[in-house]
Ligand binder design. Structure first.
Ligand code: HAM
Length: 415
């Protein structure tokens, strides 16, 4: 009887070969960009108590209603795999009492997997690589909010090397939002019976989320709903205008989309989403916004936050072939060794080269000379070392294709 091959879970990916290299490059490129904004790297657990996400992401969000990967109960707590980072980062600054430090704003960046039980399709997975930042302050200065938006745009551009579309909206303060929810309820009241079951539930829990429905008939109805912009108070309007003025000065192109409400309940104020201009149908490659009561809703002080997350899978899918190749070509190898001597002395040579900070790959004995050189080219090796049977060492520069005989001492002295 043949042994059944076990496959990866639906909606997940293996990052293997070039995909692994591209992901590694994305991580490095993102974290380098965050350094320019002086963000501190943070790691939080991959699972948390369910109630953390119920209280923050929100009972009315699709994520909490039907997409969490809840773990089998162990002990007296209910745990779930994190569906996002924001709530966990907020929990961590409360639990570690970081908010008592006077050094504001706090600026954290992260990179790692999150889990959502969604229906898999192109660009939609169940394990998602998210990278993002969360900034906190007692009251966020506008420059901190704009910095978060800029960092999201710049880090996406840095990796993709092509233009991206920025969609903005302003959801207003908690009070403006509550007033707007009542107005939406009034508008949808006599239409809700013809709408989808999800919208019927959203009507009860958070009518704002009806604006985010993807069902065509519902989108048609939502299109004529009153716009939030009309219900913002003076402070909200001023803040939004100030942000837009600043973006103009920074030459950032944007589209204001008054239907943009985001899929998580904690936002107040500016929200945004980023799209790949060349691949709009993929969905947002990232999104974020400001949240004023998330920290206090889980027992922390009154403190505002702003942040964003980019989706690693969608960013990788947005790379053109040329963009991919230019990342992969950068992956160089200092020495590729072909060992005909086969007495394991190669281990000492490779070890000393590595002590000199050189990268070294020792070819398998199964490859003949021609195949070994092809492999060295594929690995973008700068040099090939041949350890001959008679003890001589040859060094070939792979760019000039010049080969010389060299002593071991000379080889190990090359800087
Ligand atoms: P989000 O919009 O739910 O926001 O997710 C951020 C990004 O993760 C999306 O724009 C998308 O690129 C990617 N993403 C989400 N779900 C999937 C999926 N099923 N398959 C593939 N990619 C996906 C948040 O998670 C917020 N925590 C962002 C934030 C941080 N807001 C403030 N701070």
């Amino acid at each position: 009887m043949s042994i059944q091959i076990i496959q990866k879970p639906r909606g997940t990916l293996d990052y293997i070969n070039n995909q692994g290299k591209l992901l590694e490059n994305l991580r490095e490129s993102f974290l380098n960009e965050t350094k320019k904004y002086n963000c501190e790297y943070i790691e939080v657990p991959m699972f948390e108590e369910n109630k953390l996400f119920h209280r923050t992401v929100g009972e009315s969000s699709d994520i909490v209603r039907k997409e969490t990967f809840d773990l089998e109960q162990k002990g007296d707590k209910n745990y779930t795999l994190r569906p996002e980072f924001t709530a966990s980062v907020a929990r961590a600054i409360i639990e570690n009492k970081i908010y008592t430090l006077p050094d504001m704003p706090l600026k954290y960046c992260y990179f790692g997997p999150v889990f959502r039980y969604e229906r898999p399709q192109t660009g939609r997975y169940r394990q998602i690589t998210q990278m993002g930042v969360e900034f906190f302050d007692i009251k966020l200065d506008l420059h901190t909010v704009i910095d978060a938006l800029l960092l999201s745009i710049n880090s996406a551009k840095k990796f993709l090397k092509h233009n991206i579309k920025v969609k903005l909206n302003y959801l207003g303060s908690f009070e403006s939002r509550e007033k707007y929810k009542d107005i939406l309820k009034e508008y949808f009241k006599d239409k809700i019976d013809s709408m989808c079951d999800d919208c019927k539930q959203r009507f009860e829990t958070n009518p704002l989320r009806i604006l985010d429905c993807k069902v065509e008939n519902d989108q048609e109805i939502a299109r004529n709903a009153p716009k939030i912009g009309q219900y913002l108070n003076n402070d909200d309007q001023k803040e939004f205008n100030d942000i837009l003025k600043c973006l103009k000065k920074l030459n950032i192109d944007y589209i204001i989309d008054d239907g943009l409400v985001r899929g998580l309940d904690y936002y107040t104020g500016l929200v945004w989403e980023l799209y790949d201009e060349n691949n709009y149908s993929l969905g947002a490659i990232g999104g974020g916004g400001k949240y004023s009561s998330l920290v206090s809703s889980i027992g922390g002080p009154l403190m505002e936050g702003v942040g964003f997350s980019l989706g690693g899978e969608r960013l990788l899918m947005s790379l053109s072939e040329n963009e991919k190749n230019s990342i992969l070509d950068k992956d160089e190898l200092d020495y590729f060794i072909i060992d005909f001597k086969r007495d394991n002395h190669v281990c000492e040579i490779a070890n000393k080269l590595r002590e000199n900070n050189k990268s070294v790959f020792i070819c398998s004995y199964s490859r003949a000379l021609g195949g070994a050189f092809k492999m060295a080219d594929k690995k973008h090796a700068k040099n090939v070392i041949i350890l001959e049977n008679d003890g001589t060492i040859k060094l070939k520069d792979m760019q000039s294709r010049q080969q010389v005989e060299i002593s071991e001492a000379e080889l190990l002295n090359i800087k």
